[in-house]
Write a protein that binds this ligand. Structure first.
Ligand SMILES: NC(=O)c1ccc[n+]([C@@H]2O[C@H](COP(=O)([O-])OP(=O)(O)OC[C@H]3O[C@@H](n4cnc5c(N)ncnc54)[C@H](O)[C@@H]3O)[C@@H](O)[C@H]2O)c1
Length: 344
């Protein structure tokens, strides 16, 4: 197995989660530099890497692209497209934080550039790589509980300490509201389980965060296989109890995936403790069977490992540009319809 040279672009809130994964995968990767126009942040992320080698700290990632095989792009959404193109054109493989881009045209250009250069482009949609999500999908797919006919997902967050200004509050830089930025986590799980979307619509409102886009959104989906789904999501919960719950209603059981931070995720970040559970409530029983229980939280190790596995094998990532584009299309279709109807 080769050891890849990597640059980290963007050293904000999510960066310590990537560093934790990279530190666990130190036999596969050497982080050569960290880059952020905010040099203090870049310095802080560089010093949190478990390495005896000197890690360069850059204000401009472009100065380091010729010295790495791959980059992790953890930057504001409006920069995903230009930074990814710069990296691909410098012949770097790219692991890009969600969401893919702001428009489908941007996404198509990024996919085409990766294909032309024969570079791996993976979008970090973390839930497919989590053991609890995989356990949930396994239970639904097993057929043990009959045919799936409805999915319901709920995300209950208080982002008063996260959405405080800067790029989070503007539609032009975030790409939309909570539905664009974060409901996609639940939607990705739902698309992974139920497949292609036939129709989708959404409504949104402003609970009270100082942002241009909606901070609260509900969507309704009909999948091509007949399954129906809903997402409900707020970033302005006065009393958040859970990160997200997804319920799968099958003919003979309700299967529930719960992923709950036990502290304040926005403030505690990497140090926030978690509990993740998958349970099955069968028809006629007042007991729930626990299929999975762990302290698994926003651990990105398996996701980042998958990226390096794909570099080794040349395989397409599970969450490649095509998968991430499909998800983006669902979100943008819902927004378009909501705009026509004045529903957001
Ligand atoms: N997987 C998840 O659950 C999850 C959670 C939070 C954020 N994210 C994603 O991670 C990405 C970053 O979000 P965040 O919360 O860390 O935001 P953040 O604002 O905390 O961090 C972004 C960083 O990028 C830096 N930056 C700005 N311009 C740059 C440039 N030209 N080059 C390099 N760095 C630049 C900023 O200075 C900042 O430090 C987003 O795509 C977001 O959606 C994912």
């Amino acid at each position: 197995m080769s050891k890849y040279r990597l640059g980290i672009i963007g050293c904000g809130w999510i960066a310590p989660f990537h560093v934790q994964a990279l530190n666990r995968l130190a036999d596969r990767v050497e982080v050569v530099w960290t880059a952020d126009p905010d040099l203090e942040r870049a310095e802080s992320i560089a010093t949190s890497l478990d390495t005896s080698a000197a890690v360069e700290v850059l204000a401009d990632y472009r100065a380091g692209l010729d010295r790495v095989d791959a980059v992790s792009i953890l930057a504001p959404h409006h920069l995903h497209h230009p930074i990814t193109l710069d990296a691909l054109r410098a012949d770097c493989h790219v692991l890009l934080e969600k969401p893919f881009a702001l428009t489908l045209d941007e996404a198509d250009e990024m996919i085409a550039e990766a294909e032309k250069r024969e570079k791996t482009l993976m979008i970090a949609l973390p839930h497919r790589y989590r053991l609890s999500t995989q356990g949930f999908k396994r239970a639904v797919d097993s057929g043990d509980y009959g045919r799936l006919f409805m999915l319901d997902a709920f995300m209950d967050e208080d982002q008063r300490n996260y959405v405080t200004g800067g790029w989070f509050v503007k539609k032009a830089t975030l790409g939309g509201g909570v539905f664009f930025s974060a409901s996609a986590h639940m939607l990705d799980v739902m698309l992974w389980i139920a497949g292609e979307v036939g129709t989708v619509s959404m409504v949104g409102t402003h609970g009270g965060l100082p942002m241009e886009g909606e901070d609260t959104a509900i969507s309704i989906i009909k999948f091509k296989n007949g399954v129906v789904g809903t997402t409900r999501h707020t970033w302005f919960s006065p009393n958040p109890r859970i990160w997200y719950t997804v319920r799968a209603f099958c003919e003979r059981a309700v299967i529930t995936l719960e992923v709950n931070p036990l502290g304040n995720l926005a403030l505690e970040g990497l140090y926030c403790p978690w509990v993740s559970r998958v349970s099955v409530a069968e028809a006629g029983s007042d007991q729930e069977t626990l299929v999975h229980e762990s302290d698994e939280g926003l651990d990105l190790t398996e996701e980042v490992r998958h990226f390096f596995d794909c570099l080794d094998s040349g395989a397409r990532p599970q969450t490649d540009g095509r998968v991430a584009r499909e998800l983006m299309k669902v979100v943008l279709d819902a927004y378009r319809e909501a705009e026509i109807k004045g529903a957001n």
